[in-house]
Write a protein that binds this ligand. Structure first.
Ligand SMILES: [Zn+2]
Length: 443
């Protein structure tokens, strides 16, 4: 499985993160089904130009380096690090490899040479273009062809292209660029699309089962990747292309250029738990456009907190032994996640399970299994919210004693004292139950 990773020229916004969470859910579902997933996710650090369709404009990473007065390496290291932190906060599992595009230049040159030999590519004044006419099924993946879009966009077409639909494999570097490499066609740099074709085949072979990305990667990035890879190998490149839909904010696509981006770190600053954002994403199907509002985010935060509270309550129930039950729920969960990753149904099943009539020990066992797919840390957090410090345990014990002695005044006083420490106590038929509120935000 190959996932197009971030271009590390800026903080990834939560719209980008939606695609990465979607790929993570897919991987977790496959692993839950018993597959071993060999997952590669790249870091794009060169060649992603400002105008993706026409393949022109400044290099995003170089632009960031100039703007911030840093070197390219500093920019790449900084935003890669920020990206990895966001992934970790959202419980996105790390891939086996994170290839950096600039480390694969030699392999890119090799693939481009092969394409030229085969007649699929041509050189013109230091640029190398893929000849779209030589690949008849070009456009089948996305339904788009570059010439249609360019005609619509009225962007400038490079004059050395034989056909406006042709796209760059190698670009001539001008001396003002920060990143240039020697090549058989002079100094220059690779096109963004060839990078993924090369990293995918180098680390996973010429044929891969699954290729993921955001829907905005579909054209031209994936269309071009497919053309290059299949032209070189003569084989089908990808079994399944999986694209995550957009996350809208105020009915607009989130984009740095629109100035409406939010990052995971900014959510956290606003008191939104990153896993509540993951929970929010799980409430929608990955191919459905999703709108983010303050209310929907707050509702997700409440939903996740409730679920953790319910699991925390289960942890305090007396143990009972009917471990074997729950097969129906297990099957229903499997059917939901295997139905094109129907996570909204899977989430609803977990909520029903927790509120349902199975024994606490069976419920906990199933929650633990299902959370391997959901990735919400349900059990860890629930445990965190019932584990008490020694001092808190003392207060609970003293309160238990007071209750036995029917000293309600002292019992209430101790309950308030616990509440001040963030421990909310509830009295049930089987004694005291508690939830630690303080543990939640820091978890
Ligand atoms: Zn890619």
């Amino acid at each position: 499985m190959y996932s197009c990773g971030p271009t590390v020229y800026h903080f990834s916004h939560i719209g980008n993160m939606r695609s990465f969470v979607a790929a993570d859910v897919l991987r977790r579902v496959l692993e839950y089904n018993g597959y071993q997933v060999d997952h590669v996710k790249n870091i794009t650090d060169v060649g992603h130009l400002r105008n993706e369709v026409a393949d022109t404009g400044v290099d995003r990473v170089e632009e960031a380096a100039r703007g911030e007065g840093k070197t390219v390496d500093e920019v790449v290291a900084f935003y890669t690090d920020a990206y990895l932190q966001d992934e970790a906060r959202l419980n996105v599992l790390p891939p086996r490899a994170r290839p950096r595009a600039s480390q694969f230049i030699a392999q890119m040159i090799q693939m481009i040479e092969k394409l030229i030999e085969q007649g699929h590519a041509y050189e013109a004044d230091g640029n190398v273009y893929f000849s779209v006419r030589t690949f008849p099924s070009y456009g089948e993946l996305s339904g788009n062809r570059q010439d249609d879009l360019i005609a619509g966009q009225r962007v400038e077409v490079e004059l050395d292209k034989r056909d406006p639909a042709d796209f760059a494999l190698w670009k001539k570097g001008d001396p003002s660029r920060l990143m240039n490499w020697d090549s058989p066609w002079g100094r220059g740099f690779p096109g963004w699309h060839i990078e993924c074709s090369v990293m995918a085949s180098d680390l996973l072979g010429p044929q891969i089962d699954i290729h993921t990305g955001g829907i905005d990667n579909l054209f031209p990035h994936h269309e071009d990747e497919r053309a290059q890879s299949e032209a070189v190998s003569g084989e089908r490149f990808v079994g399944f292309w999986v694209h995550g839909a957009h996350l809208l904010i105020a009915d607009e696509r989130m984009a740095k250029s629109l100035g409406n981006t939010i990052t995971v770190a900014q959510l956290a600053e606003r008191g939104i738990d990153p896993l509540a954002f993951r929970y929010f994403l799980l409430q929608a199907h990955y191919r459905t456009t999703l709108s983010l509002t303050n209310d929907s985010l707050a509702a997700a935060q409440t939903g996740l907190s409730r679920l953790i509270d319910d699991v925390a309550q289960l942890l305090q129930e007396p143990e009972s032994g009917d471990e074997g039950k729950g097969d129906e729920v297990r099957l229903a969960f499997l059917e939901a996640i295997n139905d094109d990753l129907s996570m909204p149904s899977a989430l609803a099943l977990v909520q029903d399970l927790v509120a349902g009539s199975l024994s606490p020990v069976t419920k906990l066992h199933l929650v633990e299994q299902f959370d391997r797919v959901l990735g919400l840390d349900l059990l860890t957090r629930a445990r965190g919210s019932v584990e008490l410090t020694e001092e808190e345990q003392q207060l609970i014990f003293r309160r238990e004693t007071a209750r036995r002695a029917r000293d309600w005044r002292l019992s209430d006083q101790l309950r308030d004292e616990l509440a001040e420490r963030g421990v909310e106590v509830r009295d049930g038929s089987a004694g005291q139950r508690w939830i630690k509120r303080a543990a939640r935000s820091g978890a």
